[in-house]
Design a protein around this ligand. Sequence first.
Ligand SMILES: *Cc1c(COP(=O)(O)O)cnc(C)c1O
Length: 404
Amino acid sequence: MPVQEKPVKDFKLNVPMADNLQKLPTYVFAELDEMKAKARARGAKLIDLGIGNPDVPTPEPIRKAIQEAAGKLENYHYPPFKGKQNFREAVSNWMKKRYGVEIDPETEVQALIGSKEGLGHLTFAYINPGDVSLVPAPYYPVHSRATWLAGGEVYHLPLTPENHFLPDLESIPADVLKKAKLLFLNFPNNPTAACADLDFYTKAVAFCKQHQIVLISDLAYSEICFDGYRPPSIFEVPGAKDVAIEFHSFSKSFSMAGCRIGFACGNAQIVKALYSRKTNLDYGVSSILQDGATFALEHGEAFLPEIIKTYQERRDVVVSGMNSLGWQITPPKATMYVWLPVPKRFADSKSWCQYLLDETGVVITPGVAFGTQGDRYFRISLVAPTEVLQEAIGRIRDKGIRFE
Ligand SMILES: *Cc1c(COP(=O)(O)O)cnc(C)c1O
């Protein structure tokens, strides 16, 4: 057929997106955006505690380091695929100082455009159609969605109060285990704020070795921890480096979410799989931001107490406020989230979320945003100053809304 040169009138594009992308369950955060837009259009004054976007200012010295790095001509070339040497060395030193673990900056570190990017690419590096990922649920969306996009299947391990929000690895059927390639762990956990100890990690490492499964530890909340609690790294378990890779993020720790930088470290073979995937698709993270993140790792101890104090005060306001309204939650030891049960009279987390929004203008995340396993719960993000959190609690109290 000859190419038509005249523009076709009323042309309508009819090229469907890939099946795997179309088949994904709806992204609840997009629905939440619509709910908020409608409420705003009605003139509601919203207090948005639904998003996980850190509002604590990035420490000034880090911003200065980034400005300085932006003045260096060498930072305008393509960076090395695995990350700049100074960055990888800073990662290695930080892992040593913070956790007492040895990480080789040459073969065991990969710089990332945020840890979400790395979690996605690593999944594609291992999952063939039909392969299985083991994912505790409720889950941070990319932990399941990347596997679905790659054509794999997800086996969800429920996190419940009965199991202290830790997955029961013994409960996985043998036929699932045979197809399982990846286990995702994320402690301190988003959204439940649950924490894992070295006992649990020791079992998880042994389990993954026994069944030839790559263990992925997402440690995005390593620094947002309270009351003296310090979340461990998976690599504190002897021999963990035989099967594990760990993802670290600057977004929460140093309030650098807009900078888009993180890193993965651990088993050289797994790091190489991630590297191979990335070399085909991207050129890595800006050299300027790698210098900024290097500065954050080298001087972070000076800024972290202030960031931690801010979140801890907010946590205390939300926990005591909600408990005064009939909830009975223990203060989370880490993360910038509080995970609470939905009052029994509501059918599910979305109807509760809509009710709270309509009555009070307070926006929370319905637990179903993290999978159906979360549908009797909701998440409050500690992303507003204490006065604003007080006001949110006050609005709920004024409407006589209680947990019952
Ligand atoms: C925020 C978050 C991330 C993403 O971090 P980036 O480094 O900003 O991509 C990864 N995992 C969990 C569990 C998170 O909550």
